[in-house]
Design a protein around this ligand. Structure first.
Ligand code: HEM
Ligand code: HEM
Length: 222
């Protein structure tokens, strides 16, 4: 068995089929670190607050990396390679329902939409967590226009109003709701991975570990 670097073919472990490199090492490390820190954040919520917050910040850092890597990363990591509009996504879902969707070497349009939903909801969860952690942050955010105005106003009366308001209760609800939405999204994400794996006779979770997939056939989209 020869090795695969940068898309060169090798005879892979799935019979004689040619394998190609799809997911670069950083995407794979990103994915499995995200799974680990997301799980830690969930398991420690309301139990072990310092660990919860560190895990939440780790998730935020991973997302920041992923956003940059989506622009400058390897071919299949780039948003431009896999992001599709709503029409293409719904047409792909329609094909799925009829059991005739194409196999994609990178992310398929439904998977791509799920990635956007996961990244946006994870960011919102980490951001509301960060806002909650320091009481003044949310007030300062909602007051941004007034903060500018207050530079010209009576400082004492502004600060009195500032300390009276307590947005933490509703923030906590938003934070928890987003965390629950994430659970649903993750369940759908794993369901999608399992379904696509069966449909196209390949283990997508293993591909996220090894980085390689069966090369594109004539009907596939690479
Ligand atoms: C054990 C559970 C999980 C498995 C087996 C799994 C598997 C996968 C697979 C196979 C892909 C690539 C999909 C494709 O081929 O198009 C993927 C992508 C992705 N997964 Fe998961 N996943 C799991 C849990 C999670 C969790 C918990 C999260 C987030 C909270 C997550 C977030 C993502 C993201 C953001 C991507 C996009 C990867 C990228 O291009 O950066 N996954 N996952
Ligand atoms: C994506 C990452 C995160 C997830 C999945 C998550 C999840 C959760 C969940 C499920 C709860 C509800 C616990 C309960 O009361 O039952 C919670 C509470 C909380 N989280 Fe997060 N969180 C994340 C990130 C963060 C971050 C970055 C911070 C702050 C730096 C944070 C701070 C808090 C605080 C202060 C609470 C309230 C604890 C309490 O007093 O009950 N979270 N989080």
């Amino acid at each position: 068995m020869t090795d695969t670097i940068g898309g060169h073919a090798k005879s892979g472990s799935e019979g004689d089929k040619t394998m190609v490199r799809v997911w670069d090492p950083l995407i794979r490390i990103f994915h499995w670190s995200l799974v680990v820190f997301f799980a830690i954040a969930w398991l420690t919520a309301d139990e072990l607050q310092p660990v919860h917050e560190i895990a939440g910040y780790a998730v935020a850092g991973l997302i920041a990396f992923r956003l940059a890597w989506g622009v400058i990363g390897s071919r299949y990591a780039r948003f431009a390679q896999f992001m599709r509009g709503p029409a293409a996504t719904f047409s792909y879902l329609g094909d799925m329902a009829r059991g005739r969707e194409h196999r994609y070497l990178g992310h398929n349009p439904a998977g791509a939409a799920m990635i956007v939903a996961l990244l946006v909801t994870l960011s919102g969860t980490a951001f509301t967590g960060w806002l909650m952690e320091e009481p003044g942050r949310a007030v300062a955010l909602s007051d941004l226009p007034q903060i500018v105005a207050s530079a010209f106003a009576d400082e004492e009366s502004y600060e009195a109003g500032y300390s009276e308001r307590q947005p933490e209760g509703s923030l906590k609800e938003i934070h928890e709701t987003l965390a629950n939405v994430l659970l649903v999204l993750v369940a759908l994400h794993i369901g999608g991975v399992v379904l696509a794996s069966f449909r196209h006779h390949e283990n997508l979770a293993r591909a996220m570990v090894t980085g390689t997939k069966r090369s594109a056939g004539p009907e596939d989209i690479s």
